[in-house]
Design a protein around this ligand. Structure first.
Ligand code: ZN
Length: 448
């Protein structure tokens, strides 16, 4: 693809350098410039993932990269600011704080191929100090106008008082016990600062609990149907509801008497996952991808390819929250939302799950209806750029029946996988999914 752009780029320059060009050539020049511009701007959006664990903190950050520079810059600044606030808070309590968690999740919704709606929801918790807090940031961006929209831009002046009343009524209905009415009214008085997003059916309004509620901790969120709001823009058409056809999977031949290993990838999908699928295909290998639910939809083609080519999908929570710290309801919602989106996009229903940060306990095992899968070989592919060292260690630790842990969010992993498969194939291994590995072990067990 890139070489095509290069080719297209050179042509207009050549044309331009030929002085005294005729009309045909001028037209050709303009046409080529057009291809260049449209070709280059047609970039797919992606999700940036940062997952880190050390002995003090666990950090999981997921946010969209839209390839619209103005919007991306604003998103990046916000993520950075929220994360720095967390680090600042950590510094304050450095001597006593441990097991601190920072989690940033997003929602993304684009309608009419014009309005991009994004929320960034951050959760931070220093644990011992009960300093848990939830924050929300919203972005509504008009692609045609290349600008951010506030409520003032899209709700007619004459309709604004009515909308304020509807919002207040909704808040009173859903949060009757904790609402500080005076604060709410003050908050609503400045329309340009209200956090909101919208989809084809509803407007969503978000309030930080510290601003308008007493003793409440979650983000306060209400919805109001689009038709109840006097809008200055048209968002009535074009409901998107993609229905996927069933995927035909490739048939595989597995020899239960051959040495077998299961390679697993956590924290994806990402922009690198397709490259990993290419390599797996090249070596006639299958793997298991423990994916994060909120990234599945944006990489839907990659997800479908995974299934089509005989790989297995596992559940790795919806937004990489620290699962052992959640109550049962929160835990089930993390798992079920991920199950639903994987099923919706690929038709595949995972039977395996891998706990986030590798943190597992009895409660988690009891709560999980999905089979929990850990690993015995950790490549630590996130830790170093020294691929030969990782490769050497991994090969040394791998044996028949091993489950290997990798991450499909790092460019390094692409290089590592190629070398690893080449090396292990020469040692006569076959590469299977976790479920296939279990079946192979079962067959061997039964024969004993
Ligand atoms: Zn993970």
């Amino acid at each position: 693809m890139q070489s095509m752009y290069l080719f297209v780029l050179i042509l207009p320059i050549l044309e331009y350098s030929l002085l005294g060009v005729g009309l045909m050539r001028k037209c050709f020049f303009i046409f080529m410039c057009f291809i260049l511009v449209t070709g280059c701007t047609k970039k797919e959006k992606e999700i940036k993932t940062i997952i880190e664990k050390n002995n003090k903190t666990c950090v999981a950050i997921n946010y969209p990269i839209t390839k619209i520079s103005k919007l991306d810059q604003e998103i990046k600044n916000t993520v950075q600011k929220r994360y720095e606030d967390f680090l600042e808070q950590q510094k304050e309590f450095v001597s006593i704080s441990k097991n601190a968690e920072f989690n940033m999740d997003y929602t993304y919704h684009e309608i009419e191929n014009r309005y991009i709606n994004i929320t960034l929801q951050s959760f931070s918790n220093s644990n011992l100090l009960s300093t848990a807090r939830n924050d929300v940031d919203t972005f509504v961006y008009d692609k045609n106008k290349n600008s951010f929209l506030t409520l003032n831009d899209i709700v007619a002046k004459s309709e604004q008082n009515k909308l304020k009343k509807v919002i207040l009524k909704q808040l009173q209905k859903h949060y009757p016990d904790c609402l500080l009415i005076d604060q709410v009214k003050e908050n609503l008085s400045d329309f340009s600062h209200i956090h909101f997003t919208f989809d084809e059916e509803n407007f969503w309004f978000y309030f930080e609990p510290y601003e308008i509620a007493a003793g409440y901790f979650e983000i306060i969120k209400i919805s109001i149907p689009v038709e109840q709001i006097g809008l200055t823009i048209d968002i009535s058409e074009g409901k998107t509801n993609k229905e996927w056809k069933e995927i035909e999977t490739t048939t595989k031949i597995i020899d239960p008497y051959k040495k077998s290993i299961a390679i697993t990838f956590d924290d994806g999908p990402s922009r690198y996952t397709n490259k990993l699928l290419d390599i797996l295909k090249k070596y006639d290998a299958s793997a298991t991808f423990f994916v994060i639910g909120n990234k599945v939809e944006i990489y839907s083609d990659t997800m479908r390819r995974m299934v089509k080519e005989g790989n297995e999908i596992g559940n790795h929570s919806y937004n990489h929250k620290w699962l052992t710290k959640l109550n049962e309801e929160e835990f089930l919602s993390q798992i079920n939302m991920t199950q639903q989106i994987i099923k919706k996009i690929t038709g595949f229903t995972p039977r395996l799950m891998r706990p986030t940060y590798g943190a597992c306990n009895q409660t988690l095992r009891k709560r999980s209806k999905l089979q929990i899968v850990m690993w015995d070989v950790d490549t630590r592919d996130w830790e170093t750029h020294n691929i030969s060292k990782i490769l050497e260690q991994t090969i040394k630790n791998t044996k028949d029946g091993s489950i290997i842990l990798m991450h499909d969010t790092k460019e390094n992993t692409v290089l590592l996988l190629e070398k690893l498969l080449k090396e292990l194939k020469s040692k006569d291994y076959q590469f299977v999914t976790v479920s296939e590995l279990e079946k192979i072990k079962q067959i061997k067990q039964n024969e004993k």
